[in-house]
Design a binder for this molecule. Structure first.
Ligand code: NAP
Length: 243
C-alpha cells in the first residue's frame, strides 16, 4: 500500500529506523518528537516537535494532516503520550499500532530486585549505597533527595538539579560496551545499578557487566499502556505496514 500518510510518535531509535524504512518504501511519514531533547537524532522525512495539547490536540492534528496510520513508537516508559495516542486513534476511528521492544528478562547469575516505579527504586536501595543510576534526567531528583546515596548518574542531558559533590554526572548516549560498563562500575566502586526495563540491545551491556561483576540491579518495571496492535521490532512493523 504505497503512499500512505503515516504519523509516527517517536523519541526512540526504533521510531527513527521505521520512519527511514517507510519513507524508502514510498510512504509519506511525519515523525513527532516531544521536543525535550536539545539535539535529537533525526529520522529522514518530516519532523514536528512539541506536545499536541493532549489527546484531543493529537486527534485534531491527525485529522488536519489526513493521516491514515498512527504508530506509537515512543519509549516504553513514556506512558502519557501512549494513553493520548490510544484515545486519539479511537476518536479518529483508526487502529493504533505500537512498536515496542520486548522487556529484558533476568538471566542466570543476575541479582535483580524488581520494583514498580521510581519511588520504589529509591526505597529499595540500602543505606549509603554507591549507585550507578541510569534513569532519565527528570527522575534524578528522587535519588538526590536521599542524602546517604552517592555514585554516578548517566543520562543524555543534565538534570535541572545541581548535583552535590557525592554524585558524578556522565553525559552519554548508547551504545556502550560491556568492557566500558565494567570499568565504569569498578572505578567508581559501584554497589548497585538502577535502571528502567527499557529493553533492547543499545543499553543491555550494563546488565551483562553487572551480572559478571555480581552487582545487584534495581530494575524498574514498565508502566501500563493501553491496548494496541503490538509489534516488537522494526522489521515486523515494516512487514505489517508495508506488505
Ligand atoms: P510522556 O510523559 O508520556 O508525555 C508527556 C507529554 O509530552 C505528552 O502528553 C505530550 O504532550 C508530549 N509528548 C511525549 N512524546 C511526544 C511525541 N513523541 N510527540 C509529541 N509530543 C510528545 O513522555 P516522556 O516520558 O516525557 O517522554 C518524552 C519523549 O522522550 C517521548 O517521545 C519518548 O519516546 C522519549 N523518551 C522517553 C524516555 C523515558 O524514559 N520516559 C526515554 C527515552 C526517550 P501533549 O499532551 O501536549 O501532546
Amino acid at each position: 500500500m504505497p503512499g500512505k500518510r503515516i504519523l509516527i510518535l517517536g523519541g526512540t531509535g526504533e521510531a527513527r529506523a521505521l520512519a527511514n524504512r517507510l519513507i524508502d518504501a514510498g510512504h509519506g511519514v511525519v515523525t513527532s518528537l516531544a521536543g525535550v531533547t536539545q539535539a535529537p537524532r533525526l529520522p529522514e522525512g518530516e519532523v514536528r516537535r512539541g506536545g499536541f495539547g493532549g489527546s484531543e490536540g493529537l486527534a485534531a492534528y491527525m485529522r488536519g494532516g489526513g493521516f491514515q496510520i498512527l504508530i506509537d513508537a515512543t519509549h516504553p516508559f513514556a506512558a502519557q503520550i501512549s494513553r493520548h495516542a490510544a484515545a486519539a486513534a479511537q476518536a479518529c476511528e483508526l487502529p493504533l499500532y505500537r512498536l515496542e521492544r520486548p522487556a529484558w528478562m533476568a538471566e542466570e547469575g543476575d541479582r535483580w530486585t524488581g520494583v514498580a516505579d521510581i519511588a520504589a527504586a529509591v526505597a529499595a536501595l540500602p543505606a549509603n549505597a554507591r549507585v550507578f543510576l541510569t534513569v532519565g534526567r527528570k527522575e534524578a531528583g528522587a535519588f538526590l533527595a536521599r542524602a546517604d546515596l552517592a555514585g554516578i548518574m548517566r543520562m543524555i542531558e543534565a538534570p535541572k538539579e545541581e548535583l552535590p559533590p557525592r554524585w558524578n554526572l556522565i553525559l552519554g548516549r548508547p551504545p556502550f560496551t560491556i568492557a566500558s560498563e565494567k570499568e565504569l562500575m569498578t572505578a567508581n566502586r559501584i554497589g548497585h545499578l538502577v535502571g528502567k526495563n527499557a529493553g533492547g540491545e543499545e543499553t543491555r551491556a550494563k546488565l551483562i557487566a553487572a551480572r559478571e561483576t555480581k552487582i545487584p540491579v534495581v530494575m524498574i518495571a514498565r508502566p501500563w499502556k493501553p491496548e494496541a496492535i503490538l509489534v516488537e521490532s522494526v522489521d515486523a512493523a515494516f512487514r505489517l505496514l508495508s506488505p
